[in-house]
Design a protein around this ligand. Sequence first.
Ligand SMILES: NC(=O)c1ccc[n+]([C@@H]2O[C@H](COP(=O)([O-])OP(=O)(O)OC[C@H]3O[C@@H](n4cnc5c(N)ncnc54)[C@H](O)[C@@H]3O)[C@@H](O)[C@H]2O)c1
Length: 397
Amino acid sequence: MVKLAMLGSGFIGRFYADSIHGLRSKDKIVSIYSRREEQAKKFAEDYGCEHSTTVMEEAIAHPDVDMVCISLPNNLHEEAVMLCCKHKKAVITTKPLGRNAVEAKRMLEAVETAGIFNGYLEDLVYTPKFIKAYESVKNGALGRILWAKSRETHPGPHSDWFWDLEKAGGGCLLDLGCHCVEITRTYIGKDIRPVEVMCWSDTMVKPIEAEDNAIGLVKYENGAIGQFEVSWTFRGGLDLRDEVMGTEGTIWINSFLRTGFDMFTSGKGGDYVAEKAESNTGWLFPVGDEINELGYNHMFFDMFDAFEKETKPRETFYDGYIVNAVLDAAYRSAKSKIWEPIKLDDWRGLEGQTKESTLVEFDADHYLVKEEVTHYGEKKLILKEKKTGKIIAKIIS
Ligand SMILES: NC(=O)c1ccc[n+]([C@@H]2O[C@H](COP(=O)([O-])OP(=O)(O)OC[C@H]3O[C@@H](n4cnc5c(N)ncnc54)[C@H](O)[C@@H]3O)[C@@H](O)[C@H]2O)c1
């Protein structure tokens, strides 16, 4: 049993609490910190917490607390992490780890110096669909991964602080891009070094300083490409999709809209449909078990299991730091309009990976470019002559 302090009683704090307490779960939130007393008390009542407070350090230092779960606005993550280090409490924090890589690295160094358990709550690499897709990728079903794309777009966040550049640290590129970067990085291989980023971003709709739309490419040392598409102005709900392309296969995942659950209602008795759903009438796309579909259950299982076994969870502060470093380069690229290097002064993965050869042996004299059976029954081979480099066709009827 893990006893937790929850910091923050808002949107994600409640999603996390629903998952942690789950269906008869043994893990328990024993202390809740929220900025406003009535919110802290309401959360304590809803989730049966024995202790509630408006003083962050009190929740962290509470003697019953084994682990602290940070569900606070981005500008408060570092303060909370440093207090966990001070009180030597295991810490798991929501995404993004920092507002930038400098903050993230300070947090990473602090938890490692303090020797405390640390977990990065990137739920979207724990969704049931992602877990199945990733298993297939790991088993080689897609061959060599060439390109991985992740898209997260919705009509914009639900709280004021997200729209405040100083508090949030960025717009949709940081808020949603952090999910996409970690998803695509995991498909490509977390030990493959991300080297540079090309990014476009713009403020197209909202009266804010930050970007509300962005698209980018992340180049990896082995030649693979990660792609992210993010928006705070997408209309129609929460669009969460991944695409992976390998030399031997393809995966397409639609995690939220159009998942195979379509419902029509005139609006009578209309209620909550799903996160960021813009309507509760007409044709709707509910998600079923949202907590599970968004990966929260598998994520907390991994975190608590690793904590009890004194191992590392799949996602640690180190991963959060890498994600922040990739996004810092994306922000630089959006300004400079050129590929920007990813500055990683702490790299723990493989070194010196090279791009694989494109030459596929066909016979002693040729490389294979392509083979195809046509609609008129011919088998066509496109070959490259090794000596001359000439491309030729060979037809086998
Ligand atoms: N899928 C995900 O992983 C996911 C989804 C949403 C949010 N998040 C992350 O969770 C964190 C919190 O986001 P949220 O959506 O729960 O926000 P929210 O506004 O709904 O809740 C924020 C909570 O922090 C508390 N708080 C304490 N001090 C505050 C201050 N000075 N200003 C504002 N709030 C203060 C608020 O009272 C509230 O309980 C953010 O880092 C966000 O990026 C993650």
